[in-house]
Write a protein that binds this ligand. Structure first.
Ligand code: CO
Length: 172
């Protein structure tokens, strides 16, 4: 795993596979997580899950500020959503689906438990925008893509985009 990280895009099958729990939190993992943050920032993202860089590991990173405020960086290793409530429709995109924005219903409030980069278990509560990011990224770790949760009204847009992306992925 020494090559520079790249964003994995649909239809790469790794995006639809459930990830393996992280067992060892060491320097190699911490280094790779820093690379994920860097790649997320150059890609103008607010969240990035390990499968999106071709890494079969149950972890994701977020920064709701998009990188303008580094104190908002958070790493979630082996996360579990322990409570959620409320429901709201909102717009979502995904770095593995560049240019696609769809409407996805999500809980507006949640509590998530995970390990940090030191292996310590922590719990955070989040609402609205941050709750949405956390649910989107948590889904990635289960191989669940946001397009499968989008509103039926977005189906035509999604199908068109998927067709384009599958065609672009064909070896010429
Ligand atoms: Co995504």
């Amino acid at each position: 795993m020494t090559e520079p990280l790249q964003i994995v895009k649909y239809p790469d099958p790794i995006l639809e596979r459930e990830t393996c729990p992280v067992e060892t939190i060491d320097d190699a993992l911490r280094e790779r997580v820093q690379e994920m943050f860097a790649l997320m920032y150059v890609s103008s993202g607010v969240g990035l899950a390990a499968p999106q860089v071709g890494w079969d590991a149950r972890l994701f990173v977020i920064n709701p500020s998009g990188g303008s405020d580094l104190s908002q960086e958070q790493t979630f290793i082996n996360p579990q959503i322990v409570a959620r409530s409320g429901r709201e429709l909102g717009e979502e995109g995904c770095l593995s689906f560049p240019g696609l924005t769809v409407h996805v219903p999500r809980a507006t409030r949640l509590c998530i438990r995970a390990q940090d980069l030191q292996g310590q278990t922590f719990e955070v509560e989040a609402t609205d925008y941050v709750a949405r990011i956390l649910q989107h990224e948590h889904d990635h770790l289960l191989g669940i893509l946001f397009i499968t949760k989008a509103t039926p009204a977005d189906r035509i847009t999604i199908d068109k985009k998927l067709k384009e992306m599958r065609a672009a992925a064909q070896p010429s």
